[in-house]
Ligand binder design. Structure first.
Ligand SMILES: [Zn+2]
Ligand SMILES: [Zn+2]
Length: 371
C-alpha cells in the first residue's frame, strides 16, 4: 500500500476538531463521488477513493484517531520510514504508514457498508456471486386514450438477460471440462486496489464464475448468459393516466444462479385523443352546431368515453361556448366517476345560396338587425 503523504483531515476536508458525525458525513460524500462504480476506469478517482477510505478508517476509530493525532502533532507524518515500502519511498520523504497504527484497519467493504447502511444489496464489495435476486426492470408503455379510460390489455416486449439454458449458466459445452480461472485464481472476483482497502469486482475473464470452460458453450459463446425476448401481457386498469405505474411481481430479470426474479414495473403514457380531453376524472369535448340549432334549439347525439351515444338537448338561443354537463359519463376509477362536459361551438355558414341569402335578408329586416 502506498504510504499516506497527505493529512487525513485534509483528505476528508474537515478540521482537526471535527466530530464523528461530521467526519462520517464528509466520508459519505467523498466516497460516493470517487466510488469506482461511478468512475469506471478512472485511476485518479480510484486512488482518491482509496485515500478517502484510509483517512476515514483512521479518523472514525477513536483509538486510532488519538494515536494519529499524537503522531501528527509530533511532526506530521515524519515518524520513521514506512517499513514495507521504504525501498520505493524515494528516500527523502518521511512518511506515515498505517501499519504504525495499532491493528491497521478493517475490511473496506465493511467500512463502506457500515457508513452507507448497505445491507445485502450493497453495490460495493458485498456482491453475491451465487443466487442473486434479479433486477427490477422498468418499461414505458404507450396506450391509446380509450384503453386508458376503459382498461384493457397490452402486450409488452421485454428483453431479459438470463442464464443460458444450454449450459445452465456455466459457459461450458455440457459434458466438457472446465479449469480454474487464472485471472482471479478461481474466486470469481478481482481485487481492486491493494492491501486492506481492496474492493472486489467481478472477474471479467471468467464472468465471475471462477472457471474457464475448455469448450465454450455454443449458445452463449461462453458467457453463461443470453439475451431473451418475452412478450408479457399487461393488464391496464381502468382510469390510468400518463405516469401511472403497475408492478408485476416476479416478472423482472431472473436472478443469477437461481435467485428469484425481480419485478417488472410498467409506466403508462397515454396518447391524446382527437375529440376527448381529460381533466382528472372529467372528460371534455367540443361539438359544433349550426346557427339554426343554436337559435331554435335542437337535440344532438354525443359520444361518451364508454362508447354510448347520449342525446343532448340544446335549448333555444344557445350561445357559442356554452358548456353542458352529462353527469356520470366521465372516467370511472376506484369507485369514483367523473362527468362529461360538452362545449358547443356555433358555426356560422361561410357561403349562402341565393335563396338562403334572401331568407337571411328577410330575417334581418324582420328582427331589425339591419337598417
Ligand atoms: Zn451457454
Ligand atoms: Zn476469473
Amino acid at each position: 500500500m502506498a504510504p499516506a503523504r497527505k493529512d487525513f483531515y485534509q483528505i476528508l476536508g474537515v478540521d482537526e476538531k471535527a466530530g464523528a458525525e461530521k467526519i462520517k458525513k464528509a466520508f459519505r460524500t467523498l466516497a460516493k463521488q470517487y466510488h469506482p462504480d461511478a468512475n469506471r476506469g478512472d485511476e485518479k478517482a480510484a486512488e482518491q477513493f482509496k485515500e478517502v477510505g484510509e483517512a476515514y478508517s483512521v479518523l472514525s476509530d477513536s483509538a486510532k484517531r488519538t494515536q494519529y493525532d499524537q503522531m501528527r502533532s509530533l511532526g506530521a507524518f515524519g515518524i520513521g520510514p514506512d517499513r514495507r515500502s521504504s525501498a520505493h519511498a524515494q528516500g527523502a520523504h518521511p512518511v506515515f504508514s498505517f501499519d504504525d497504527l495499532q491493528g491497521g484497519f478493517g475490511n473496506f467493504s465493511d467500512l463502506f457498508s457500515s457508513v452507507f447502511d448497505l445491507g445485502k444489496q450493497s453495490s460495493a464489495g458485498a456482491r453475491k456471486r451465487h443466487r442473486e435476486s434479479g433486477r427490477n426492470m422498468e418499461y414505458m408503455v404507450e396506450i391509446p386514450f380509450l384503453m386508458a379510460v376503459r382498461g384493457g390489455k397490452v402486450s409488452v416486449d421485454v428483453s431479459y438477460t438470463e442464464d443460458c439454458a444450454t449450459c445452465g449458466g456455466e459457459g461450458a459445452t455440457p459434458g466438457t471440462e472446465t479449469r480454474g480461472c487464472p485471472e482471479c485464481g478461481g474466486t470469481g472476483d478481482i481485487l481492486f486496489g491493494q492491501g486492506g482497502f481492496a474492493v472486489k469486482r467481478p472477474c471479467p475473464a471468467c464472468f465471475s464464475r471462477g472457471k474457464i470452460p475448455g469448450v465454450p458453450c455454443g449458445s452463449c459463446s461462453g458467457r453463461g448468459a443470453v439475451r431473451q425476448q418475452r412478450k408479457i401481457q399487461v393488464t391496464v386498469p381502468p382510469g390510468v393516466e400518463t405516469g401511472s405505474r403497475v408492478q408485476l411481481s416476479g416478472q423482472g430479470e431472473k436472478g443469477r444462479g437461481g435467485g428469484k426474479r425481480g419485478n417488472l414495473i410498467i409506466t403508462f403514457r397515454v396518447e391524446s385523443h382527437r375529440f376527448f380531453k381529460r381533466d382528472g376524472l372529467n372528460v371534455h369535448v367540443a361539438v359544433p352546431i349550426n346557427i339554426v340549432q343554436a337559435t331554435l334549439g335542437s337535440k344532438i347525439k354525443v359520444q361518451t368515453v364508454s362508447g354510448q351515444k347520449v342525446v343532448l338537448r340544446i335549448p333555444e338561443g344557445t350561445q357559442s361556448g356554452t358548456k353542458f354537463r352529462i353527469s356520470g359519463q366521465g372516467i370511472r376509477k376506484d369507485g369514483h366517476t367523473g362527468d362529461q362536459y360538452i362545449e358547443v361551438l356555433v358555426e356560422v355558414p361561410e357561403e349562402l345560396t341565393e335563396e338562403e341569402h334572401r331568407a337571411m335578408e328577410e330575417f334581418a329586416t324582420a328582427t331589425g338587425m339591419r337598417h
